[in-house]
Write a protein of this length. Structure first.
Length: 643
Protein backbone atom coordinates (compact mmCIF):
# COMPACT_ATOMS: atom_id res chain seq x y z
CA UNK A 1 0.00 0.00 0.00
CA UNK A 2 1.12 3.56 -0.64
CA UNK A 3 1.88 5.71 2.36
CA UNK A 4 0.08 8.87 3.40
CA UNK A 5 0.59 12.32 1.88
CA UNK A 6 1.79 10.64 -1.32
CA UNK A 7 4.58 8.71 0.45
CA UNK A 8 5.94 11.50 2.72
CA UNK A 9 8.72 9.42 4.20
CA UNK A 10 10.44 9.26 0.82
CA UNK A 11 9.40 12.55 -0.76
CA UNK A 12 10.05 14.73 2.24
CA UNK A 13 13.50 13.25 2.77
CA UNK A 14 14.32 13.82 -0.87
CA UNK A 15 12.77 17.25 -1.25
CA UNK A 16 13.08 18.80 2.20
CA UNK A 17 16.35 17.26 3.37
CA UNK A 18 15.88 16.12 6.95
CA UNK A 19 12.63 16.48 8.86
CA UNK A 20 13.70 18.92 11.53
CA UNK A 21 10.51 18.52 13.51
CA UNK A 22 10.77 14.76 13.90
CA UNK A 23 13.46 14.61 16.56
CA UNK A 24 11.24 15.87 19.36
CA UNK A 25 7.46 15.81 18.90
CA UNK A 26 6.95 18.90 21.04
CA UNK A 27 9.14 20.99 18.71
CA UNK A 28 6.59 20.62 15.93
CA UNK A 29 4.38 23.20 17.67
CA UNK A 30 5.60 26.58 18.87
CA UNK A 31 4.73 26.98 22.56
CA UNK A 32 6.76 30.15 23.15
CA UNK A 33 3.74 32.48 22.91
CA UNK A 34 1.44 30.31 25.03
CA UNK A 35 0.72 30.68 28.71
CA UNK A 36 2.82 28.48 30.95
CA UNK A 37 -0.16 26.27 31.74
CA UNK A 38 -1.18 25.78 28.12
CA UNK A 39 2.41 25.14 27.04
CA UNK A 40 2.90 22.53 29.78
CA UNK A 41 -0.35 20.78 28.90
CA UNK A 42 0.50 20.71 25.20
CA UNK A 43 4.05 19.49 25.73
CA UNK A 44 2.84 16.71 28.03
CA UNK A 45 0.21 15.62 25.50
CA UNK A 46 2.67 15.76 22.60
CA UNK A 47 5.30 13.77 24.49
CA UNK A 48 2.74 11.04 25.20
CA UNK A 49 1.43 10.55 21.66
CA UNK A 50 3.02 8.40 19.02
CA UNK A 51 3.34 9.96 15.57
CA UNK A 52 0.71 8.52 13.28
CA UNK A 53 1.96 5.47 11.41
CA UNK A 54 3.71 6.62 8.22
CA UNK A 55 1.48 4.28 6.24
CA UNK A 56 -1.53 6.15 7.55
CA UNK A 57 -4.99 4.67 7.52
CA UNK A 58 -8.07 5.16 5.38
CA UNK A 59 -9.48 7.93 7.56
CA UNK A 60 -6.17 9.72 8.12
CA UNK A 61 -5.43 9.81 4.41
CA UNK A 62 -8.73 11.55 3.66
CA UNK A 63 -7.27 14.75 5.10
CA UNK A 64 -4.43 14.78 2.59
CA UNK A 65 -6.57 14.05 -0.46
CA UNK A 66 -6.36 10.28 -0.66
CA UNK A 67 -9.40 8.02 -0.76
CA UNK A 68 -7.77 4.59 -0.54
CA UNK A 69 -10.95 2.56 -0.87
CA UNK A 70 -8.92 -0.64 -1.12
CA UNK A 71 -8.10 -0.23 2.58
CA UNK A 72 -11.78 -0.83 3.46
CA UNK A 73 -12.95 -2.88 0.47
CA UNK A 74 -13.55 -5.75 0.11
CA UNK A 75 -15.16 -5.91 3.52
CA UNK A 76 -12.82 -7.58 6.05
CA UNK A 77 -15.16 -10.48 6.64
CA UNK A 78 -15.12 -12.29 9.96
CA UNK A 79 -13.82 -15.79 9.40
CA UNK A 80 -16.20 -18.70 9.88
CA UNK A 81 -13.89 -20.00 12.61
CA UNK A 82 -13.87 -16.71 14.50
CA UNK A 83 -17.63 -16.32 14.18
CA UNK A 84 -18.19 -19.85 15.41
CA UNK A 85 -15.90 -19.21 18.38
CA UNK A 86 -18.27 -16.53 19.64
CA UNK A 87 -21.64 -18.05 18.76
CA UNK A 88 -22.21 -20.14 21.88
CA UNK A 89 -21.26 -17.31 24.24
CA UNK A 90 -23.32 -14.73 22.37
CA UNK A 91 -26.37 -16.99 22.34
CA UNK A 92 -25.97 -17.60 26.07
CA UNK A 93 -25.52 -13.88 26.76
CA UNK A 94 -28.61 -12.96 24.72
CA UNK A 95 -30.77 -15.51 26.52
CA UNK A 96 -29.40 -14.49 29.91
CA UNK A 97 -30.13 -10.81 29.38
CA UNK A 98 -33.66 -11.49 28.16
CA UNK A 99 -34.56 -13.91 30.94
CA UNK A 100 -32.67 -12.56 33.96
CA UNK A 101 -31.90 -8.84 33.67
CA UNK A 102 -34.66 -6.33 34.46
CA UNK A 103 -33.37 -3.00 33.16
CA UNK A 104 -36.31 -1.01 34.50
CA UNK A 105 -35.88 -2.44 37.99
CA UNK A 106 -32.14 -1.67 37.88
CA UNK A 107 -32.98 1.90 36.87
CA UNK A 108 -35.57 2.22 39.65
CA UNK A 109 -33.35 0.84 42.46
CA UNK A 110 -30.00 2.13 41.24
CA UNK A 111 -28.47 -1.30 41.81
CA UNK A 112 -27.45 -4.24 39.63
CA UNK A 113 -28.26 -7.45 41.52
CA UNK A 114 -25.09 -9.20 42.66
CA UNK A 115 -26.63 -12.40 41.32
CA UNK A 116 -26.51 -10.93 37.80
CA UNK A 117 -22.88 -9.90 38.21
CA UNK A 118 -21.84 -13.32 39.56
CA UNK A 119 -23.64 -15.19 36.79
CA UNK A 120 -22.19 -12.97 34.08
CA UNK A 121 -18.73 -13.58 35.50
CA UNK A 122 -19.47 -17.31 35.34
CA UNK A 123 -20.24 -17.24 31.61
CA UNK A 124 -17.16 -15.11 30.85
CA UNK A 125 -18.90 -11.80 30.07
CA UNK A 126 -16.26 -9.87 32.01
CA UNK A 127 -13.32 -11.46 30.17
CA UNK A 128 -14.38 -11.61 26.54
CA UNK A 129 -11.00 -10.71 25.03
CA UNK A 130 -8.78 -12.07 27.83
CA UNK A 131 -6.81 -15.11 26.59
CA UNK A 132 -8.02 -18.49 27.79
CA UNK A 133 -4.75 -19.12 29.65
CA UNK A 134 -5.77 -16.35 32.08
CA UNK A 135 -9.37 -17.50 32.49
CA UNK A 136 -10.95 -15.50 29.69
CA UNK A 137 -12.84 -16.43 26.53
CA UNK A 138 -10.09 -15.29 24.16
CA UNK A 139 -12.55 -13.84 21.65
CA UNK A 140 -11.89 -11.24 18.95
CA UNK A 141 -12.72 -7.54 18.88
CA UNK A 142 -15.57 -8.25 16.45
CA UNK A 143 -17.11 -10.79 18.83
CA UNK A 144 -16.62 -8.37 21.71
CA UNK A 145 -18.47 -5.76 19.65
CA UNK A 146 -21.30 -8.19 19.01
CA UNK A 147 -21.57 -8.76 22.78
CA UNK A 148 -21.58 -5.00 23.41
CA UNK A 149 -24.35 -4.62 20.82
CA UNK A 150 -26.50 -7.14 22.71
CA UNK A 151 -25.83 -5.43 26.04
CA UNK A 152 -26.49 -1.98 24.59
CA UNK A 153 -29.85 -3.06 23.24
CA UNK A 154 -30.99 -4.22 26.68
CA UNK A 155 -29.55 -2.27 29.62
CA UNK A 156 -27.01 0.58 29.66
CA UNK A 157 -26.10 0.18 33.34
CA UNK A 158 -24.91 -3.36 32.84
CA UNK A 159 -23.22 -2.32 29.60
CA UNK A 160 -21.23 0.34 31.44
CA UNK A 161 -20.16 -2.11 34.16
CA UNK A 162 -19.01 -4.77 31.70
CA UNK A 163 -17.47 -2.31 29.25
CA UNK A 164 -15.55 -0.12 31.69
CA UNK A 165 -14.21 -3.23 33.43
CA UNK A 166 -12.55 -4.73 30.39
CA UNK A 167 -12.18 -1.84 27.92
CA UNK A 168 -10.50 0.71 30.19
CA UNK A 169 -10.11 -1.20 33.47
CA UNK A 170 -7.29 -3.63 34.26
CA UNK A 171 -7.65 -6.18 31.39
CA UNK A 172 -6.98 -3.93 28.36
CA UNK A 173 -3.91 -2.05 29.71
CA UNK A 174 -2.35 -5.29 30.89
CA UNK A 175 -2.99 -7.06 27.59
CA UNK A 176 -1.10 -4.26 25.80
CA UNK A 177 1.55 -3.13 28.30
CA UNK A 178 1.57 -5.63 31.19
CA UNK A 179 4.46 -7.87 32.14
CA UNK A 180 3.94 -11.62 32.24
CA UNK A 181 4.03 -11.46 36.03
CA UNK A 182 1.31 -8.79 36.09
CA UNK A 183 -0.87 -10.72 33.66
CA UNK A 184 -0.50 -13.97 35.61
CA UNK A 185 -1.36 -12.24 38.89
CA UNK A 186 -4.25 -9.99 37.89
CA UNK A 187 -5.93 -11.26 34.73
CA UNK A 188 -7.37 -14.43 36.35
CA UNK A 189 -8.78 -12.26 39.15
CA UNK A 190 -10.50 -9.78 36.85
CA UNK A 191 -11.65 -12.51 34.47
CA UNK A 192 -13.80 -14.49 36.87
CA UNK A 193 -14.38 -12.71 40.17
CA UNK A 194 -13.26 -9.07 40.56
CA UNK A 195 -14.53 -5.89 38.93
CA UNK A 196 -11.83 -3.46 37.83
CA UNK A 197 -11.95 0.32 37.40
CA UNK A 198 -10.03 3.16 35.78
CA UNK A 199 -8.96 6.26 37.78
CA UNK A 200 -7.83 9.18 35.62
CA UNK A 201 -10.12 12.17 36.17
CA UNK A 202 -9.65 14.60 39.05
CA UNK A 203 -11.50 17.69 40.22
CA UNK A 204 -9.25 19.93 38.09
CA UNK A 205 -7.94 17.39 35.57
CA UNK A 206 -10.24 15.94 32.95
CA UNK A 207 -9.12 16.09 29.34
CA UNK A 208 -6.12 18.18 30.49
CA UNK A 209 -3.87 15.74 32.39
CA UNK A 210 -1.22 18.41 33.02
CA UNK A 211 -3.40 19.59 35.93
CA UNK A 212 -3.23 16.19 37.62
CA UNK A 213 -2.46 16.48 41.33
CA UNK A 214 -2.45 12.88 42.61
CA UNK A 215 1.22 12.18 43.28
CA UNK A 216 3.26 8.99 43.38
CA UNK A 217 6.64 9.25 45.11
CA UNK A 218 9.19 6.49 45.39
CA UNK A 219 9.82 5.32 48.95
CA UNK A 220 13.23 5.78 50.54
CA UNK A 221 14.22 2.17 49.94
CA UNK A 222 12.91 2.24 46.37
CA UNK A 223 10.57 -0.74 46.89
CA UNK A 224 7.20 1.02 46.71
CA UNK A 225 5.44 4.03 45.27
CA UNK A 226 3.49 6.13 47.77
CA UNK A 227 0.26 7.66 46.39
CA UNK A 228 -1.45 10.76 47.78
CA UNK A 229 -4.41 12.59 46.28
CA UNK A 230 -7.93 12.06 45.03
CA UNK A 231 -9.71 10.82 41.90
CA UNK A 232 -13.18 11.86 40.72
CA UNK A 233 -15.73 9.92 38.62
CA UNK A 234 -13.90 6.61 38.84
CA UNK A 235 -16.26 4.33 36.89
CA UNK A 236 -16.98 0.93 38.55
CA UNK A 237 -15.24 2.11 41.75
CA UNK A 238 -17.98 1.10 44.18
CA UNK A 239 -17.84 -2.54 43.02
CA UNK A 240 -14.15 -2.72 42.13
CA UNK A 241 -11.47 -4.91 43.67
CA UNK A 242 -8.58 -3.47 41.68
CA UNK A 243 -7.91 -0.15 39.91
CA UNK A 244 -5.73 1.27 37.18
CA UNK A 245 -4.57 4.62 38.59
CA UNK A 246 -2.86 7.48 36.76
CA UNK A 247 -0.57 9.53 39.00
CA UNK A 248 1.97 12.30 38.66
CA UNK A 249 5.51 11.05 39.23
CA UNK A 250 8.63 13.23 39.67
CA UNK A 251 9.42 15.32 36.56
CA UNK A 252 12.40 14.69 34.30
CA UNK A 253 14.65 17.04 32.37
CA UNK A 254 14.25 17.11 28.56
CA UNK A 255 16.44 19.43 26.50
CA UNK A 256 17.21 21.43 29.61
CA UNK A 257 13.54 21.88 30.51
CA UNK A 258 11.52 20.20 33.23
CA UNK A 259 8.75 17.97 31.86
CA UNK A 260 5.90 16.59 33.93
CA UNK A 261 5.43 12.84 34.02
CA UNK A 262 2.36 10.67 34.50
CA UNK A 263 2.67 6.99 35.31
CA UNK A 264 0.14 4.14 35.55
CA UNK A 265 -0.24 1.77 38.50
CA UNK A 266 -2.27 -1.30 39.45
CA UNK A 267 -3.75 -0.68 42.89
CA UNK A 268 -5.71 -3.14 45.02
CA UNK A 269 -8.76 -1.50 46.59
CA UNK A 270 -8.07 -3.10 49.98
CA UNK A 271 -4.65 -1.41 50.23
CA UNK A 272 -4.35 0.58 53.50
CA UNK A 273 -4.91 4.30 52.98
CA UNK A 274 -7.28 3.87 50.02
CA UNK A 275 -10.72 5.21 50.88
CA UNK A 276 -13.89 5.38 48.77
CA UNK A 277 -15.45 8.61 50.01
CA UNK A 278 -18.50 9.16 47.82
CA UNK A 279 -20.76 7.50 45.28
CA UNK A 280 -21.83 9.84 42.47
CA UNK A 281 -25.34 9.88 41.00
CA UNK A 282 -26.38 10.97 37.53
CA UNK A 283 -29.24 11.91 35.21
CA UNK A 284 -29.11 8.46 33.61
CA UNK A 285 -27.23 5.25 34.35
CA UNK A 286 -28.66 5.28 37.84
CA UNK A 287 -26.84 2.05 38.69
CA UNK A 288 -23.46 3.38 37.57
CA UNK A 289 -20.94 2.48 40.27
CA UNK A 290 -19.00 5.70 39.96
CA UNK A 291 -17.36 7.58 42.81
CA UNK A 292 -14.53 9.45 44.47
CA UNK A 293 -11.48 7.61 45.77
CA UNK A 294 -8.94 9.15 48.15
CA UNK A 295 -5.33 8.00 48.51
CA UNK A 296 -3.48 8.72 51.76
CA UNK A 297 0.05 7.28 51.80
CA UNK A 298 -1.14 4.31 49.75
CA UNK A 299 1.90 2.08 49.19
CA UNK A 300 2.00 0.32 45.83
CA UNK A 301 4.72 -2.25 45.02
CA UNK A 302 7.19 -1.01 42.44
CA UNK A 303 6.37 -3.97 40.20
CA UNK A 304 2.76 -2.71 39.94
CA UNK A 305 3.71 0.11 37.58
CA UNK A 306 2.28 -0.50 34.09
CA UNK A 307 4.88 0.13 31.36
CA UNK A 308 7.70 2.52 32.23
CA UNK A 309 7.78 5.57 34.46
CA UNK A 310 6.30 8.54 32.62
CA UNK A 311 4.31 6.42 30.17
CA UNK A 312 1.00 6.58 32.01
CA UNK A 313 -0.67 8.93 29.59
CA UNK A 314 0.51 6.77 26.70
CA UNK A 315 -1.01 3.76 28.48
CA UNK A 316 -4.30 5.64 28.87
CA UNK A 317 -4.41 6.92 25.30
CA UNK A 318 -3.45 3.59 23.76
CA UNK A 319 -5.99 1.74 25.90
CA UNK A 320 -8.71 4.17 24.86
CA UNK A 321 -7.85 3.90 21.17
CA UNK A 322 -9.26 0.38 21.11
CA UNK A 323 -11.49 0.63 24.17
CA UNK A 324 -13.52 3.37 22.49
CA UNK A 325 -15.04 0.79 20.11
CA UNK A 326 -17.18 -0.70 22.87
CA UNK A 327 -19.39 2.37 23.24
CA UNK A 328 -20.25 2.65 19.51
CA UNK A 329 -21.02 -1.09 19.38
CA UNK A 330 -23.41 -0.63 22.31
CA UNK A 331 -24.87 2.41 20.52
CA UNK A 332 -25.60 0.23 17.48
CA UNK A 333 -27.55 -2.16 19.70
CA UNK A 334 -29.56 0.62 21.32
CA UNK A 335 -30.26 2.32 17.97
CA UNK A 336 -31.50 -0.93 16.44
CA UNK A 337 -33.81 -1.39 19.42
CA UNK A 338 -35.17 2.16 19.00
CA UNK A 339 -35.67 1.72 15.25
CA UNK A 340 -37.69 -1.42 15.95
CA UNK A 341 -39.79 0.37 18.60
CA UNK A 342 -40.55 3.18 16.15
CA UNK A 343 -41.21 0.80 13.25
CA UNK A 344 -43.90 -1.01 15.22
CA UNK A 345 -45.44 2.13 16.69
CA UNK A 346 -45.52 4.00 13.38
CA UNK A 347 -47.45 1.13 11.83
CA UNK A 348 -49.90 0.73 14.73
CA UNK A 349 -50.62 4.31 15.75
CA UNK A 350 -53.32 5.83 13.53
CA UNK A 351 -53.86 9.58 13.37
CA UNK A 352 -55.74 11.61 10.77
CA UNK A 353 -56.94 8.44 9.08
CA UNK A 354 -53.54 6.81 8.50
CA UNK A 355 -50.72 5.16 10.42
CA UNK A 356 -48.30 7.88 11.53
CA UNK A 357 -45.53 6.21 9.53
CA UNK A 358 -47.38 7.30 6.39
CA UNK A 359 -47.10 10.96 7.40
CA UNK A 360 -43.91 12.35 5.88
CA UNK A 361 -42.86 14.24 9.02
CA UNK A 362 -42.66 10.97 10.97
CA UNK A 363 -41.42 8.93 8.02
CA UNK A 364 -38.52 11.36 7.64
CA UNK A 365 -37.42 10.82 11.23
CA UNK A 366 -37.59 7.04 11.01
CA UNK A 367 -35.75 7.01 7.66
CA UNK A 368 -32.92 9.02 9.21
CA UNK A 369 -32.83 6.68 12.20
CA UNK A 370 -32.64 3.61 9.95
CA UNK A 371 -30.00 5.00 7.59
CA UNK A 372 -27.76 6.23 10.38
CA UNK A 373 -28.06 2.98 12.32
CA UNK A 374 -26.98 1.03 9.24
CA UNK A 375 -23.96 3.31 8.82
CA UNK A 376 -23.10 3.09 12.53
CA UNK A 377 -22.98 -0.68 12.27
CA UNK A 378 -20.79 -0.40 9.18
CA UNK A 379 -18.11 1.88 10.64
CA UNK A 380 -18.04 0.15 14.03
CA UNK A 381 -17.64 -3.38 12.74
CA UNK A 382 -15.38 -2.38 9.87
CA UNK A 383 -13.00 -0.79 12.39
CA UNK A 384 -13.35 -3.74 14.76
CA UNK A 385 -12.44 -6.16 11.97
CA UNK A 386 -9.44 -4.02 11.02
CA UNK A 387 -8.31 -4.06 14.67
CA UNK A 388 -8.48 -7.86 14.64
CA UNK A 389 -6.43 -7.92 11.46
CA UNK A 390 -3.92 -5.45 12.95
CA UNK A 391 -4.35 -3.30 9.86
CA UNK A 392 -2.18 -0.37 10.92
CA UNK A 393 -2.81 2.58 13.22
CA UNK A 394 -6.57 3.02 13.59
CA UNK A 395 -6.74 5.73 16.24
CA UNK A 396 -8.57 8.13 13.91
CA UNK A 397 -11.11 5.48 12.88
CA UNK A 398 -11.84 4.51 16.49
CA UNK A 399 -12.21 8.17 17.50
CA UNK A 400 -14.57 8.79 14.58
CA UNK A 401 -16.64 5.75 15.55
CA UNK A 402 -16.93 6.95 19.13
CA UNK A 403 -17.75 10.55 18.24
CA UNK A 404 -20.13 9.91 15.35
CA UNK A 405 -22.03 6.92 16.74
CA UNK A 406 -22.66 8.50 20.15
CA UNK A 407 -23.96 11.70 18.58
CA UNK A 408 -26.15 9.83 16.13
CA UNK A 409 -27.54 7.64 18.90
CA UNK A 410 -28.49 10.67 20.97
CA UNK A 411 -30.33 12.07 17.92
CA UNK A 412 -32.00 8.69 17.33
CA UNK A 413 -33.14 8.46 20.96
CA UNK A 414 -34.47 12.03 20.84
CA UNK A 415 -36.37 11.32 17.62
CA UNK A 416 -37.70 8.05 19.02
CA UNK A 417 -39.17 9.96 21.93
CA UNK A 418 -40.78 12.38 19.47
CA UNK A 419 -42.22 9.53 17.43
CA UNK A 420 -43.65 7.89 20.56
CA UNK A 421 -44.92 11.26 21.79
CA UNK A 422 -46.32 11.28 25.32
CA UNK A 423 -45.71 7.55 25.60
CA UNK A 424 -42.03 8.18 24.92
CA UNK A 425 -41.83 10.66 27.79
CA UNK A 426 -43.76 8.43 30.19
CA UNK A 427 -41.76 5.93 32.24
CA UNK A 428 -42.02 2.22 31.56
CA UNK A 429 -43.33 1.68 35.10
CA UNK A 430 -46.14 4.19 34.56
CA UNK A 431 -47.04 2.71 31.18
CA UNK A 432 -47.27 -0.75 32.73
CA UNK A 433 -49.29 0.62 35.66
CA UNK A 434 -52.07 1.76 33.34
CA UNK A 435 -52.01 -1.37 31.21
CA UNK A 436 -49.79 -0.42 28.24
CA UNK A 437 -46.61 -2.10 27.08
CA UNK A 438 -43.64 -0.99 29.22
CA UNK A 439 -41.42 0.49 26.50
CA UNK A 440 -38.58 2.42 28.23
CA UNK A 441 -37.80 5.12 25.65
CA UNK A 442 -37.28 7.80 28.32
CA UNK A 443 -34.81 5.51 30.12
CA UNK A 444 -32.94 4.90 26.90
CA UNK A 445 -32.77 8.65 26.30
CA UNK A 446 -31.45 9.41 29.79
CA UNK A 447 -28.94 6.59 29.71
CA UNK A 448 -27.44 7.30 26.30
CA UNK A 449 -26.77 11.00 26.90
CA UNK A 450 -23.51 10.26 28.72
CA UNK A 451 -22.03 8.52 25.67
CA UNK A 452 -21.03 11.81 24.05
CA UNK A 453 -19.02 12.57 27.23
CA UNK A 454 -17.69 9.16 28.36
CA UNK A 455 -14.10 8.24 27.36
CA UNK A 456 -13.45 11.54 25.60
CA UNK A 457 -16.19 14.07 24.88
CA UNK A 458 -17.23 14.82 21.31
CA UNK A 459 -15.35 18.13 21.47
CA UNK A 460 -12.16 16.41 22.60
CA UNK A 461 -12.59 13.73 19.91
CA UNK A 462 -12.79 16.44 17.24
CA UNK A 463 -9.63 18.13 18.54
CA UNK A 464 -7.87 14.77 18.76
CA UNK A 465 -8.79 13.89 15.17
CA UNK A 466 -7.85 17.38 13.95
CA UNK A 467 -4.43 17.12 15.61
CA UNK A 468 -3.78 13.81 13.88
CA UNK A 469 -5.07 15.22 10.58
CA UNK A 470 -2.55 18.07 10.78
CA UNK A 471 0.34 15.77 11.69
CA UNK A 472 1.59 15.11 8.12
CA UNK A 473 1.56 18.84 7.36
CA UNK A 474 3.33 19.68 10.62
CA UNK A 475 6.05 17.21 9.72
CA UNK A 476 6.53 18.92 6.37
CA UNK A 477 6.37 22.57 7.36
CA UNK A 478 5.66 22.92 11.07
CA UNK A 479 9.20 24.11 11.75
CA UNK A 480 8.62 27.23 9.61
CA UNK A 481 6.34 28.77 12.24
CA UNK A 482 8.23 27.56 15.32
CA UNK A 483 10.08 30.57 16.73
CA UNK A 484 11.84 28.30 19.24
CA UNK A 485 13.92 26.75 16.44
CA UNK A 486 17.07 28.34 14.92
CA UNK A 487 16.39 30.54 11.89
CA UNK A 488 18.60 28.30 9.74
CA UNK A 489 16.40 25.32 10.60
CA UNK A 490 13.24 27.28 9.82
CA UNK A 491 14.60 28.49 6.49
CA UNK A 492 15.63 24.97 5.52
CA UNK A 493 12.11 23.78 6.33
CA UNK A 494 10.63 26.64 4.28
CA UNK A 495 12.56 25.70 1.15
CA UNK A 496 11.92 21.98 1.64
CA UNK A 497 8.19 22.36 2.25
CA UNK A 498 7.90 24.78 -0.68
CA UNK A 499 9.38 22.15 -2.96
CA UNK A 500 7.05 19.51 -1.55
CA UNK A 501 3.84 21.53 -1.75
CA UNK A 502 4.60 22.75 -5.27
CA UNK A 503 4.18 19.12 -6.28
CA UNK A 504 1.48 18.05 -3.83
CA UNK A 505 -0.93 20.96 -4.11
CA UNK A 506 -1.59 20.82 -7.91
CA UNK A 507 -2.48 17.13 -7.56
CA UNK A 508 -5.40 18.10 -5.32
CA UNK A 509 -7.11 19.57 -8.41
CA UNK A 510 -6.52 16.54 -10.60
CA UNK A 511 -9.19 13.93 -11.19
CA UNK A 512 -9.42 11.60 -8.22
CA UNK A 513 -8.53 7.95 -8.69
CA UNK A 514 -11.00 5.44 -7.32
CA UNK A 515 -9.15 2.20 -8.00
CA UNK A 516 -10.78 -1.00 -9.20
CA UNK A 517 -14.52 -0.86 -8.49
CA UNK A 518 -15.51 -3.79 -10.69
CA UNK A 519 -16.55 -5.85 -7.66
CA UNK A 520 -18.69 -3.04 -6.25
CA UNK A 521 -22.36 -2.84 -7.24
CA UNK A 522 -22.90 -0.31 -10.02
CA UNK A 523 -25.31 1.74 -7.89
CA UNK A 524 -22.69 2.12 -5.13
CA UNK A 525 -19.84 3.35 -7.32
CA UNK A 526 -21.16 6.91 -7.48
CA UNK A 527 -20.55 7.33 -3.76
CA UNK A 528 -16.99 6.07 -3.97
CA UNK A 529 -16.32 8.45 -6.85
CA UNK A 530 -17.84 11.25 -4.79
CA UNK A 531 -15.71 10.30 -1.79
CA UNK A 532 -12.49 10.36 -3.81
CA UNK A 533 -13.25 13.81 -5.26
CA UNK A 534 -14.42 15.21 -1.93
CA UNK A 535 -11.30 14.04 -0.10
CA UNK A 536 -9.29 16.26 -2.45
CA UNK A 537 -11.62 19.17 -1.73
CA UNK A 538 -11.13 18.48 1.98
CA UNK A 539 -7.33 18.49 1.59
CA UNK A 540 -7.44 21.78 -0.31
CA UNK A 541 -9.65 23.38 2.31
CA UNK A 542 -7.40 22.28 5.17
CA UNK A 543 -4.30 23.52 3.33
CA UNK A 544 -5.93 26.90 2.59
CA UNK A 545 -6.78 27.24 6.28
CA UNK A 546 -3.18 26.48 7.22
CA UNK A 547 -1.99 29.21 4.88
CA UNK A 548 -4.57 31.63 6.25
CA UNK A 549 -4.11 31.05 9.97
CA UNK A 550 -0.58 29.63 10.15
CA UNK A 551 0.42 28.60 13.70
CA UNK A 552 -2.88 30.00 15.04
CA UNK A 553 -4.91 27.34 13.25
CA UNK A 554 -5.11 25.28 16.45
CA UNK A 555 -7.26 28.05 17.96
CA UNK A 556 -9.83 27.72 15.16
CA UNK A 557 -11.49 24.76 16.82
CA UNK A 558 -14.89 25.22 15.20
CA UNK A 559 -13.30 25.47 11.75
CA UNK A 560 -11.26 22.34 12.33
CA UNK A 561 -14.34 20.53 13.60
CA UNK A 562 -16.04 21.12 10.24
CA UNK A 563 -13.14 19.49 8.39
CA UNK A 564 -13.32 16.60 10.86
CA UNK A 565 -17.06 16.39 10.15
CA UNK A 566 -16.44 16.10 6.40
CA UNK A 567 -13.85 13.35 6.85
CA UNK A 568 -16.06 11.43 9.27
CA UNK A 569 -18.98 11.48 6.84
CA UNK A 570 -16.68 10.27 4.03
CA UNK A 571 -15.48 7.44 6.25
CA UNK A 572 -19.08 6.50 7.08
CA UNK A 573 -20.12 6.57 3.40
CA UNK A 574 -17.20 4.39 2.35
CA UNK A 575 -17.73 1.90 5.17
CA UNK A 576 -21.44 1.74 4.34
CA UNK A 577 -20.76 0.95 0.68
CA UNK A 578 -18.25 -1.75 1.60
CA UNK A 579 -20.63 -3.26 4.16
CA UNK A 580 -23.53 -3.14 1.70
CA UNK A 581 -21.55 -5.07 -0.91
CA UNK A 582 -20.65 -7.66 1.71
CA UNK A 583 -24.34 -8.09 2.55
CA UNK A 584 -25.26 -8.32 -1.12
CA UNK A 585 -22.61 -11.01 -1.58
CA UNK A 586 -24.16 -12.82 1.38
CA UNK A 587 -27.53 -12.97 -0.37
CA UNK A 588 -29.37 -10.11 1.38
CA UNK A 589 -32.18 -8.51 -0.67
CA UNK A 590 -30.62 -5.96 -3.02
CA UNK A 591 -33.59 -3.57 -2.94
CA UNK A 592 -33.51 -3.39 0.87
CA UNK A 593 -29.75 -2.90 1.17
CA UNK A 594 -29.48 -0.38 -1.66
CA UNK A 595 -32.39 1.70 -0.35
CA UNK A 596 -30.59 2.08 2.99
CA UNK A 597 -27.31 3.05 1.32
CA UNK A 598 -28.91 5.53 -1.09
CA UNK A 599 -30.78 7.27 1.72
CA UNK A 600 -27.78 7.41 4.02
CA UNK A 601 -25.23 8.54 1.44
CA UNK A 602 -27.43 11.30 0.07
CA UNK A 603 -28.15 12.53 3.58
CA UNK A 604 -24.44 12.38 4.32
CA UNK A 605 -23.68 14.45 1.23
CA UNK A 606 -26.06 17.13 2.51
CA UNK A 607 -24.23 17.21 5.84
CA UNK A 608 -20.90 17.47 4.02
CA UNK A 609 -22.22 20.44 2.01
CA UNK A 610 -23.24 22.06 5.27
CA UNK A 611 -19.77 21.54 6.79
CA UNK A 612 -18.03 23.01 3.76
CA UNK A 613 -20.39 25.98 3.70
CA UNK A 614 -19.48 26.68 7.31
CA UNK A 615 -15.77 26.82 6.54
CA UNK A 616 -16.39 29.77 4.21
CA UNK A 617 -19.18 31.64 5.97
CA UNK A 618 -19.87 31.44 9.68
CA UNK A 619 -20.36 33.47 12.84
CA UNK A 620 -17.47 31.91 14.75
CA UNK A 621 -15.55 35.13 15.52
CA UNK A 622 -18.68 37.03 16.49
CA UNK A 623 -19.70 34.15 18.72
CA UNK A 624 -16.33 34.05 20.44
CA UNK A 625 -16.41 37.80 21.05
CA UNK A 626 -19.95 37.53 22.41
CA UNK A 627 -18.93 34.88 24.93
CA UNK A 628 -15.94 36.91 26.13
CA UNK A 629 -18.35 39.78 26.78
CA UNK A 630 -20.64 37.45 28.70
CA UNK A 631 -17.72 36.21 30.79
CA UNK A 632 -16.80 39.82 31.52
CA UNK A 633 -20.28 40.44 32.95
CA UNK A 634 -21.84 42.25 30.01
CA UNK A 635 -25.34 41.60 28.56
CA UNK A 636 -27.08 42.00 31.89
CA UNK A 637 -30.46 41.65 30.16
CA UNK A 638 -29.77 37.92 29.80
CA UNK A 639 -29.67 37.63 33.61
CA UNK A 640 -32.79 39.60 34.46
CA UNK A 641 -36.29 38.29 35.04
CA UNK A 642 -35.19 34.92 36.43
CA UNK A 643 -35.29 33.40 39.90
Amino acid sequence: MKSSLEAPSEQIKAEAGSRTAEAAPASVIDTSKMSAGKAAALELAESSRDPLDERGSFASNLFIGRHDFDRVFPWPEQSAEDRAAGEAFLAELKAYLRDNVDGDEIDRTGEIPQKNIDELFAIGAFAIKVPKQYGGLGLSQVNYGRAAMLLGSWDANLTALVSAHQSIGVPQPLLIFGTEEQKAKYLPRVSRKEISAFALTEMNAGSDPANMSLRADLSGDGSTWVLNGEKLWCTNLIKAGVLVVMAKTPPKMVNGKERKQISAFIVDVDTPGLEITYRCHFMGLRALYNGIVKFTDVRVPRENMIAKEGQGLKVALTTLNTGRLTIPAACVGLSKRLVEICRKWAGERVQWGAPIGQHSAIAGKIAEMAGNTFAMEAITFLTSALVDKKAGDLRIETAMCKMWCTEMTWKIADDAMQVRGGRGYETAQSLAGRGEEAIPVERFLRDCRINTIFEGSSEIMRLFIAREALDPHLKVGGAIFNTQLPMSTRMKSMFGSGSFYSRWYPRQYMRAKTGDLSKLHAELRQYTTYGAATSKKLARGLFHSMMRFGPKLDREQLLLSRFVGVATELFAMSATCSYAQHLLNSGKPADEILSLVHYFCRSSQSRIDHHFAGTAKNADQRGYALVQDLLAGKHEQLRTGIV
